[in-house]
Design a protein around this ligand. Structure first.
Ligand code: GSH
Length: 215
């Protein structure tokens, strides 16, 4: 089987790219990647060269072209069962999917006000009540899952659910949005991954600045 090829945006800013990338890296899947940087002044028109929706991430594998990060991650779980990208137990798997979908569809205040930014120094940002509400819900999700599984990841071992929340871990850290000890411990676990550090280092070293993502 040929290696999957993931096309992603800037590692510093592209939250939707980070999710399947981290799932593949943590799942031990051998893959190729191409970074296609944002070109905001030209509305990222070049993304249409490889994506029917003009957005990243995109996965190419075995003649398939896939977009939508969560659908990509579902495919990876099917195509690479040894990666263990969803929990083994049917009930746990259903719960992991519920919170992955909640992430994919929600938390618009947090996502809008606090862009993922790997190189941003940690500094509190004044945010509205909508952001605080999103953060409370996210930390409740994490603490409930960690209490049930015993950690260190949401469902014990690393799964797609952790990958879905990875950009939020960065946001809660760099904008200093929580002092919940359970959430902080989980964030430290995620940010301590060698795969996380590799993505972060490459993001920090990118030369591109996207002004609208510099909150
Ligand atoms: N729902 C999509 C969202 C993808 C998305 O919005 N990606 C951003 C980068 S993180 C993008 O390509 N933005 C460029 C644009 O919209 O022009 C997914 O889950 O993959």
């Amino acid at each position: 089987m040929a290696k999957p090829h993931l096309i992603i945006g800037n590692k510093n800013y592209s939250s939707w790219s980070f999710r399947p990338w981290l799932a593949m890296a943590e799942g031990g899947i051998d893959f190729d990647e191409t970074v296609s940087p944002f070109d905001e002044p030209n509305h990222n028109k070049h993304f249409f060269e490889f994506s029917p929706v003009g957005r990243v991430p995109v996965l190419q594998h075995d003649g398939l072209l896939l977009w939508e990060s969560l659908a990509i991650m579902e495919y990876l779980a099917d195509a690479f069962p040894d990666a263990g990208l969803w929990p083994d137990d049917i009930g746990e798997r259903a719960k992991a999917r519920v919170i992955a979908h909640e992430m994919h569809a929600g938390f618009t205040s947090l996502r809008g006000s606090c862009p993922m930014n790997m190189r941003r120094p940690v500094a509190a940002l004044e945010v509205d009540e909508g952001v605080h509400k999103d953060v409370r819900r996210i930390t409740d999700i994490w603490c409930e899952a960690l209490d049930a599984s015993g950690g260190p990841f949401l469902f014990g071992r690393f799964t797609n659910a952790d990958a879905m929340y990875a950009p939020v871990v960065n946001r809660l850290n760099v904008y200093d949005l929580t002092d919940d000890s359970g959430a902080r411990s989980y964030m430290n676990t995620m940010m301590g991954l060698a795969t996380w550090k590799s993505w972060e280092t490459e993001g920090r070293n990118e030369p591109w600045i996207v002004e609208e993502d510099e909150a």
